[in-house]
Write a protein that binds this ligand. Structure first.
Ligand SMILES: C[C@](O)(CO)[C@H](O)COP(=O)(O)OP(=O)(O)OC[C@H]1O[C@@H](n2ccc(N)nc2=O)[C@H](O)[C@@H]1O
Ligand SMILES: Nc1ncnc2c1ncn2[C@@H]1O[C@H](COP(=O)(O)OP(=O)(O)OP(=O)(O)O)[C@@H](O)[C@H]1O
Length: 310
């Protein structure tokens, strides 16, 4: 029987996204608070003699183009892990299948989740035993959100978002998630932020109000503290998002927020029941409305077949 393992990785919401003026390397300094929420991609890696990758996107997310095998972030993970952790001259071999339910190009770190899942799965399949600190460093090379996708839960991110520290979170938070059938490009949203705010401070807005609200466990306090500096840029590029945010709040959400660089909009609700009610109301005019809860775990193994214990 072929050895295989499946790793699951979650989407993220930025509860706080403070963005400073761009650094010399073009990246923006961030002070952000990530929360992993219960929308997942599953990645299964099978032992094989060659390298192959297939992706499948959940039907409800519509017709979306993902980069072809060879250009996918999962290919980059395999190359990087092999180059840094395998013997000279080795090449990546595995058959990898990615099954996506995280909206694509939606501001919920779908590609980053797949990268984190691939790091965990291939490290285990190839028995590399990469230390956690090196896994986090490799994750940071792959993308600013990837270290958070590894650790999950609720965490503060600084630097360009890649320097993550778990934070206290005493709540069980209920979300409505409204994806959009047209993605927004993350670099384009950051560029639009620069155009709208040419005098932005180099120091991003501090995350303290959200950290305090998380420690209270009170949804009303968290709703008041939610903050996203990219929201104005995303809404300026896509004014319909502003209408959606207002509508969710009028239907009973405590607060609507663009997720990261958008265009997915998320709505914090008082309870799971309230989230179901808001979702049902929004579903009368939107093709896809989901509910989710957070925080949930980072990239973790959910199935092995048969796989020797170390
Ligand atoms: C918007 C967020 O999702 C919030 O968590 C992230 O900042 C984006 O994270 P990501 O998609 O993992 O981003 P990366 O793959 O590292 O970078 C993609 C592009 O986004 C822009 N970028 C990203 C992160 C950052 N701190 N400043 C930036 O300006 C840059 O144009 C970069 O070329
Ligand atoms: N495995 C993958 N899954 C999804 N997108 C991928 C993958 N590999 C590469 N991409 C590409 O990466 C880009 C960003 O997609 P992704 O779904 O990560 O967006 P996002 O959620 O907005 O990211 P973030 O919130 O981290 O900025 C898209 O152009 C997408 O086609």
């Amino acid at each position: 029987m072929t050895r295989s393992l499946t790793v699951r990785a979650a989407a993220k919401i930025n509860l706080h996204l403070g963005v400073g003026a761009p650094r010399e390397d073009g990246f923006h300094p961030l002070d952000t608070v990530y929360q992993a929420v219960s929308l997942y991609d599953d990645l299964t890696a099978y032992a094989a003699d060659d390298w192959s990758l297939t992706t499948a996107v959940a039907a409800h997310l519509g017709e979306v183009e993902l980069p072809a095998a060879g250009d996918n972030i999962v290919d980059r993970v395999a190359e990087l892990l092999c180059a840094r952790r395998c013997d000279d001259g080795c090449r990546p071999t595995a058959r990898v299948e990615v099954s996506k339910t995280i909206p694509v190009a939606g501001g919920m770190a779908g590609g980053s989740a797949d990268a984190a899942a691939a790091l965990v799965a291939l490290d285990r399949l190839w028995d590399l035993r990469t230390p956690d600190s090196e896994m986090l460093a490799l994750a940071a090379e792959l993308g600013s959100d990837v270290p958070f996708s590894l650790i999950g839960g609720t965490a503060r991110g600084v630097g360009r978002g890649e320097l993550v520290t778990p934070t206290d979170d005493f709540g069980a938070w209920s979300w409505v998630v409204v994806p959009d059938d047209r993605g927004l490009s993350t670099p384009a949203v950051f560029r639009h932020f620069d155009a709208l705010f040419p005098d932005a401070s180099p120091e991003p807005a501090p995350a303290q109000p959200v950290l305090t609200a998380l420690a209270s466990g009170d949804p009303v306090a968290l709703a008041a503290a939610l903050h996203n500096d990219l929201e104005a840029a995303a809404v300026d590029l896509r004014p319909d998002l502003g209408d959606l945010l207002a509508r969710g709040e009028s239907e009973g959400a405590l607060r609507g927020l663009v997720s990261g660089s958008g265009p997915t909009c998320v709505f914090l609700c008082e309870s799971a029941e309230a989230a179901r009610d808001v979702a049902a109301s929004l579903a009368s005019t939107r093709p896809v409305v989901l509910t989710a809860h957070g925080p949930v775990a980072g990239a973790h193994v959910v199935d092995t077949s048969p796989f020797p214990e170390n």
